[in-house]
Design a protein around this ligand. Structure first.
Ligand code: ADP
Ligand code: MG
Length: 240
């Protein structure tokens, strides 16, 4: 599905990714965890080709990510999705579909289907500028689903939501998981990852410091949070 091998990225002299290797298997949900500034967004951007890696290789469904064909398999929700504020959610999705060369009728059909899926079916006439944060996140997920990609890359999809919004978006993600989508979710919120993901990979300061099944992380009585903090502090200590 996705195979990242020894990915490094520097911005000027600053190395923000240092030999990151990561695999997302077909049909699994991988939680990509790390504190702010760890390199999560940069990794996701490298997968979709918004950032060029300094070194390393990314393979998507047996295609090199440099091959534009590989991008057909990907749906991406950026950290701060940009919307045209003066379009309705429906118009925005139709626009995204048309960018993918989907014909007008199919584009409209998909837009309606996706609005329903993310619970915005009753808001088709509302302009995006009047959307709440939760509605924006849901529209962000919907636009990632245009064209029905096999793989979803979601950058902090639950960030900034209130408890109701989190729970609603989480249910959408659980539904997508049930449909068999392959999903990479970045987050710094452990509880969400624990609920949604099959495996986790922890990144700190541009390095993957741990990865594995959630069940392997959570030893008897130990929460994912404890395991996370422990991995990070061990890494920091070993550097001193
Ligand atoms: N375009 C850029 N130019 C310079 N530094 C950047 C750029 N994008 C990200 N960085 C730096 O790379 C590091 C990792 O950032 P990022 O991938 O956004 O982390 P995360 O998503 O885990 O919070 C940070 O220190 C950030 O400041
Ligand atoms: Mg980020």
């Amino acid at each position: 599905m996705i195979n990242i091998k020894n990915l490094s990225k520097s911005f000027g002299k600053t190395k923000v990714l240092d030999k990151v290797s990561l695999r997302v298997k077909r049909g699994e949900v991988l939680g990509f965890l790390g504190p702010n500034g760890a390199g999560k967004t940069t990794t996701l951007k490298a997968i979709v080709g918004l950032v060029w890696a300094t070194e390393g290789e990314i393979v998507i469904n047996n295609l090199e990510s440099k091959n534009i064909q590989s991008h057909r398999h990907l749906g991406y929700m950026p950290e701060d999705p940009y919307f045209y504020e003066y379009l309705t959610g429906r118009e925005f999705l139709v626009f995204v579909a048309e960018l993918q060369k989907i014909n007008k009728n199919n584009a409209k059909e998909q837009a309606d289907e996706l609005l329903g899926l993310v619970g915005l079916g009753d808001e088709t006439k509302k302009y995006v500028r009047n959307y709440s944060k939760g509605m924006r996140q849901r529209l962000g997920i919907a636009q990632a689903l245009v064209g029905d990609p096999e793989i979803l890359l979601l950058d902090e999809p639950l960030d900034g939501l209130d408890p109701i919004g989190r729970s609603e978006v989480k249910n959408i993600l659980l539904d997508l998981k049930k449909q068999g989508k392959t999903i990479l979710i970045s987050s710094h919120i452990l509880a969400d990852i624990e609920e949604l993901c099959d495996r986790v990979a922890i990144i700190n300061k541009g390095k993957i410091i741990k990865s594995g099944k959630i069940s392997d992380f959570i030893k008897k009585g130990q929460s994912l949070e404890k395991a996370f903090v422990k991995s990070i502090t061990n890494q920091e200590r070993s550097k001193r």
